[in-house]
Design a protein around this ligand. Structure first.
Ligand code: UDX
Length: 443
């Protein structure tokens, strides 16, 4: 194999580790520079600090091509292309916090003949500013579109790759395009600002699609239609597409929440009021809370009631709790006087310190034991395997709100559980009887 371009990656978070592991898999030597010493030490021991399917295996498979360091000098000695993959969390004002990006840029400096390749999601105009301040460092915008849980596949089989450069940096854009060329995806060459905007606009559009279908779901509930059939019928129209049309208790995660707000603020700072995004955000917030109304329809009060949360992570196959709907839901339930027991197959350890007073049950059945209601928050596959007959016997009152329209409603109902979903015909009757309560009443 001919010698492949060595690559530097700054930041060992989700995007950084996936980028590093995948480029190593494609035959490149990759130096990853991470500022947190403990993270570097654990990566050097072969321990991967995040839960992403297949990532540990890919890192250990390519261990001889991957190195982890806290020393930027080590990275700069080797690599011509430096991928910046640091976090850009929202500030209290909703703008993106660029301090990690700024620190990385300062530490990289202006080494001759090198290029900074920005993978982090940054506000439109960031690249232009960095290029102005560091005129000897070439700059490429190459936003990452990977989703947690399917990150390796998303990296290796992208729908498209954006490569944004401004005049003078075309050589760096060509080098980045060459790296991605083996993946066979369309490579879209633009200026830096347009590439930055593609990333923000794509996430904002997907979030809009979710809030749209959630509002359709809410109207379906009023009118007796079924949103899953509606979404199927809509999605088959090529112009609409079936993906990101799953109604539920709202989108979570670090990206949608942050990027929608960043785009809204970016527009506002430039004097434009992005009205549509305000609604997208509001609908998403309200959607998380609608579960409370569904519970109240069936229970006289939540005071003293035990509510089980099935799933905590913002989506399955990750332990990421950033922006998770479970956080809002647990706090609302506790605020109404309920006690909350929760189970998540991988996120319990990450979730526990974020959810004071919530019992981490260790299994779905343990969470459901004696519960007056349950809410499916994250669509982990194992929840489909639950023995609903057993669940009915263990719950105090068998009421289940499926916040992801994930379960076979008929199977759940036929076991005797009052089953509510999102945007689907709702359970008849107002109060739930059955389970232990009904058994006690019979005695
Ligand atoms: C997202 C973007 O998809 C990705 O391109 C970008 O790089 C990072 O942000 P991610 O946050 O990992 O990826 O997860 P994603 O699968 O997009 O889901 C985000 C949230 O939307 C989850 O909470 C999910 O449950 C929710 N969602 C998704 C829905 O409620 N309905 C859907 O139809 C799809």
């Amino acid at each position: 194999m001919s010698e492949r371009e060595p690559i530097g990656v700054v930041g060992a978070g989700w995007v950084g580790l996936v980028t590093a592991a995948c480029f190593a898999e494609l035959g490149h030597r990759v130096v990853v520079r991470e500022i947190v010493e403990e993270k570097v030490e654990s990566l050097q021991r072969g321990e991967v600090p995040i839960h992403e399917p297949g990532l540990s295996e890919l890192i250990s498979k390519n261990a001889d091509r991957l190195s982890f360091t806290t020393d930027m000098g080590e990275l700069l000695a080797d690599a011509r292309l430096i991928f910046v993959c640091v976090q850009t969390p929202p500030t209290v004002s909703g703008d993106a916090d660029l301090s990690a990006v700024q620190r990385a840029v300062e530490e990289i400096g202006e080494p001759d003949g090198k290029a900074l390749v920005m993978k982090s999601t940054v506000p439109v105009g960031t690249g232009r500013t960095i290029r102005r301040d560091e005129p000897d460092l070439a700059y490429v915008s190459c936003p990452e579109f990977l989703r947690e849980g399917t990150a390796l596949k998303d990296f290796m089989e992208p729908d498209r790759v954006l490569v944004g450069t401004d005049p003078g940096d075309e050589w760096a854009g060509d080098a980045v395009a060459a790296l991605y060329q083996p993946l066979g995806a369309p490579i879209v060459r633009t200026d830096v600002s347009s590439s930055e905007m593609v990333k923000l606009a794509s996430n904002a559009f997907l979030a809009t699609k979710i809030s749209f279908i959630n509002e359709i779901a809410n109207v379906c509930e009023e009118l007796g239609a079924d949103v899953t059939d509606v979404a199927k019928g809509m999605g088959l129209d090529d112009r609409i597409g079936s993906r990101f049309l799953q109604a539920g208790i709202g989108y979570g995660g670090s990206c949608f929440t942050k990027d929608v707000s960043a785009l809204k603020m970016l527009a506002a700072n430039s004097g434009y009021h992005f009205q549509l995004l305000n609604s997208v955000i509001e609908v998403n917030e309200l959607q998380k809370r609608r579960v409370m109304a569904k519970l109240s329809r069936h229970l006289d009060t939540l005071v003293g009631k035990r509510v089980a949360l099935l799933g905590l992570a913002f989506k399955p196959d990750t332990d990421d709790m950033r922006g998770a709907s479970s956080l809002v839901l647990a706090a609302r339930l506790q605020g109404e006087g309920a006690t909350v027991a929760a189970f998540d197959p991988v996120a319990e350890a990450v979730a526990a310190p974020l959810m004071p007073g919530v019992e981490m049950a260790g299994s779905a059945i343990a969470a459901l034991e004696g519960a007056d209601a349950a809410v499916l928050v994250t669509e982990w596959g194992e929840f489909r395997e639950l023995d609903w007959g057993d669940v009915v016997r263990r719950m105090s009152t068998p009421l289940l709100v499926d916040g992801r329209n994930f379960l076979d409603g008929e199977a759940v109902r036929s076991a005797g559980i009052t089953y509510e979903a999102i945007g689907r015909p709702s359970a008849e009757g107002t109060r739930v009887a059955g389970g232990r309560e009904a058994e006690q009443a019979k005695r």
